[in-house]
Design a protein around this ligand. Structure first.
Ligand code: NAD
Length: 475
């Protein structure tokens, strides 16, 4: 019997008469059914959010914080059930699913600690002028399939804290853990404040176009982000877009090869490479190229690819067939062009599950598709460079601008190069570390606006300036 999951609308878990299947990418078995919502359910959810906004926007920040803490506590209490379900629907190995579910409560609590202070613009004999922040209203949140829970709370926490209400749409590929959380927290959040509805991709444009949604916050591909910006322009909805990346990691000649080999491997292959800020292009100085590429390859050979629920698996399957086909196409393109693989490159199409072997390419040209495009899979191109100037130019030669990393024994030199990269985040000697109190967002076509920190929270609000003219007698 396949379990049916329900949507959260106006405080109740609701079913529809149309369903979508959710597949385990490790074996292609159907593991759940979720409602396939259309305009009718969206209208219900938006109406509930609009109604709830009237009272929620007037609650104190302490009340809103309490609700966020209750959500965090609930996720924490169901950690085991949630991470196992996450692996089944997303494919990531248990240890990585535990990190996502285990990190969620801390992430919510950190975001819940933020608070706006009014700003006094003028306090004179003539007038008192102050700026305060007011919530934008009803938010539409649209989430991808690579970090379904983290990306959902990245939207829910600031929306609720700022006094907005939200209608959230998980990816059709990975809705189960989010709906399980919805079920667990349904009676801990006032009705209508948080609504979670599932549907095909076609539900997304309905959210963008909905006349009663005031803001869309979206994480996903740059192509979809552009459509959202276009749709949102019709009624000037506020938007925050977290989009794709093609992040460069730059390894300087003084880097500690042994240490860096393992870190670079995981910077690229965690979550089977399906991370917006994964290391997608690795530039290694020519002096250490042979030594480091051999060390990475040797490490990679020890990592097991397989079902994420099996012990010892380091790299799971690709999350869905569409992405699997895309990664296979990029590998095939590399083979057709005669690029050399240090490891992998042969996808076995027999058997079930969307498995791509760990694949490492040896110095493909800069215009190879596997270098120029975001691969979003377990394929790592290693490239040689000679000078700093050259590598900075190559790293910046992309329409993306999400993140990057420098690896060196000289942190000052790392920072000097970091400041020349055209990206929203740059790490020196680490990778993938995001702080919910620091703004995260892409430059260029990797995004619009930011999430996290005060700057991210601000995007859920308008500025309102209230000026009181003192009467002459008082002055
Ligand atoms: P996607 O753009 O295909 O889908 C993301 C979400 O948008 C899904 O919920 C989908 O149903 C919905 N959607 C699809 N078409 C839509 C439309 N026309 N209007 C509105 N919504 C629509 O992305 P994906 O394949 O799920 O995710 C992978 C991409 O996400 C990669 O490019 C990755 O780099 C990016 N990503 C970025 C970040 C970041 O923070 N910058 C984080 C994670 C993933």
């Amino acid at each position: 019997m396949i379990e049916e999951y329900r949507n959260l609308i106006n405080g109740k878990m609701i079913a529809t008469n149309r369903w979508m299947d959710v597949v385990n990418p490790a074996n292609e078995e159907i593991i759940g059914k979720v409602p396939s919502c259309g305009e009718e359910q969206l209208n219900e959810a938006v109406a509930a959010a609009r109604q709830a906004f009237k009272s929620w926007s007037k609650t104190s920040i302490e009340e809103r914080r309490d609700v966020l803490h209750a959500i965090a506590d609930t996720i924490e209490a169901s950690h085991d059930e949630l991470f196992r379900l996450l692996t089944r629907e997303q494919g990531k190995p248990h240890a990585q699913a535990e990190m996502e579910i285990g990190g969620a409560p801390a992430n919510i609590r950190a975001q819940a600690s933020l608070e706006f202070q009014d700003v006094i613009n003028e306090d004179s004999q003539d007038r008192l002028s102050r700026t305060r922040r007011v919530p934008v209203g009803v938010v539409g949140g649209i989430v991808p399939w690579n970090f379904p829970v983290l990306m959902a709370i990245q939207k829910i926490a600031p929306a609720l804290l700022s006094g907005c209400t939200i209608v959230l749409k998980p990816s059709p590929f990975t809705p189960l853990t989010t709906l399980k959380i919805a079920e667990l927290i349904a009676d801990r959040v006032p009705a209508g404040v948080l609504n979670i509805i599932t549907g095909e991709d076609s539900l997304g444009p309905l959210i963008t176009a909905h006349k009663d949604i005031d803001k869309v916050t979206f994480t996903g591909s740059t192509a979809t982000g552009k459509k959202i910006m276009e749709g949102a322009s019709k009624d000037l909805k506020r938007i925050t877009l977290e989009l794709g990346g093609n992040d460069a990691s730059i390894v300087l000649p003084d880097a500690d090869v042994k240490k860096v080999a393992e870190q670079l491997f995981w910077a690229s292959f965690s979550n089977a490479g399906q991370i917006c800020v994964a290391a997608k292009r690795i530039y290694i100085h020519e002096d250490i190229y042979d030594e480091l590429s051999s060390a990475i390859t040797a490490y990679a050979k020890e990592v097991k690819v397989g079902d994420g629920s099996e012990q010892g698996t380091g790299v799971g399957p690709i999350q869905n067939k569409k992405q699997f086909d895309r990664v296979c196409e990029l590998i095939q393109d590399a083979k057709d062009n005669g690029y050399k693989f240090l490891l992998g490159g042969d996808v076995d199409p027999s058997g079930s599950g969307y498995y791509v072997p760990i694949s490492i390419l040896d110095n493909p040209p800069e215009d190879a598709r596997i270098v120029a495009e975001e691969q979003f899979g377990p394929v790592m191109p290693l490239m040689k460079f000679s000078t700093e100037e050259e590598v900075i130019e190559r790293a910046n030669n992309t329409e993306y601008g999400l993140a990057g990393a420098i690896w060196t024994e000289n942190p000052d030199k790392g920072v000097e190069i970091a400041e020349q990269l055209e990206t929203g985040t740059v790490w020196v000697n680490e990778f993938l570390h995001l702080n919910p109190l620091a703004p995260f967002g892409g430059h260029k076509q990797s995004g619009f606006g930011v999430e996290y920190g005060m700057e991210g929270l601000k995007e859920f609000t308008y500025a309102q300036v209230i000026t009181v003219k003192h009467d002459a007698a008082r002055a």
